[in-house]
Design a protein around this ligand. Structure first.
Ligand code: ADP
Ligand code: NI
Length: 219
């Protein structure tokens, strides 16, 4: 088989992801992947990142998420590499894309997730933006329900996870997840335009949480 060029890789990968994630029901469906891809391309344009590497990595970023594969953090990059190798992509492109996939995911409040390229920074920001705002709220409760988490338990302790292992074991409510992750994201955005959008979406989540609590206590 002749090596595929990157545009062909993108086309094949889009079709494969659409098929794989068509009926996913925890907020990691094809539409999430497509939103992340579109947002990542906007950020890539502003930041001068390589748009083909960004698009391919955005399409592949959740291919084998640790949250659904039994906790294996290496599953995503491995699956992305296998897929791109099966298409006979260029080795240098494969290496760059796999590295981005490796650097995207959140690993706990106290765990740094640095990126080693502007392409990874852009995809990480785009993925995090989709965890914020109205869509982020919807996704959080979809994930929580699918994983048998309570909506909220006012008696539980919010945890600040110092390691990925501790974050993985966490079984708190979905409202706790806002404090353990979602509300922390705006200060961890890497691109300037990502920061601006995260700020707006953050404020929307803050007002949602205020309203939620006031309804909870019957005000
Ligand atoms: P990441 O790889 O950084 O976790 P994802 O694309 O997998 O990014 O997005 C994570 C999504 O899953 C978010 O929308 C988030 O709200 C949801 N999620 C993850 N953990 C929880 C949790 N404990 N409770 C509720 N939602 C969660
Ligand atoms: Ni994602």
């Amino acid at each position: 088989m002749k090596r595929m060029n990157t545009l062909q890789l993108i086309e094949k990968t889009e079709a494969r992801m659409m098929e794989m994630f068509a009926t996913e029901h925890t907020g990691h469906d094809w539409f999430h992947i497509d939103r992340v891809r579109r947002m990542a391309l906007v950020l890539a344009n502003e930041e001068g990142a390589d748009s083909q590497v960004v698009e391919l990595a955005a399409l592949l970023h959740d291919i084998d998420d640790w949250k659904f594969n039994g906790g294996d953090i290496d599953g995503g990059p491995k699956a992305a590499r296998l897929w791109l190798e099966s298409l006979e992509g260029r080795p240098d492109v494969i290496d760059r894309v796999v590295k981005v996939v490796e650097e995207v995911t959140f690993k706990g409040a106290g765990v740094d997730t640095p990126t080693s390229s502007i392409e990874a920074a852009v995809v990480q920001d785009a993925d995090r933006l989709d965890a914020l705002g109205a869509i982020g709220i919807g996704r959080a409760f979809a994930y929580g329900g699918a994983n048998k988490r309570q909506l909220w338990n006012p008696e539980e302790e919010v945890e600040y996870h110092e390691s990925f292992e501790a974050y993985k074991k966490n079984n708190n409510s979905t409202i706790a997840h806002f404090h353990e992750k979602l509300l922390l994201l705006k200060d961890r955005m890497q691109t300037e335009s990502g920061k601006g959008m995260a700020e707006k979406r953050h404020q929307f989540m803050e007002s949602f949480l205020d309203q939620f609590e006031s309804e909870w206590w019957g005000d």
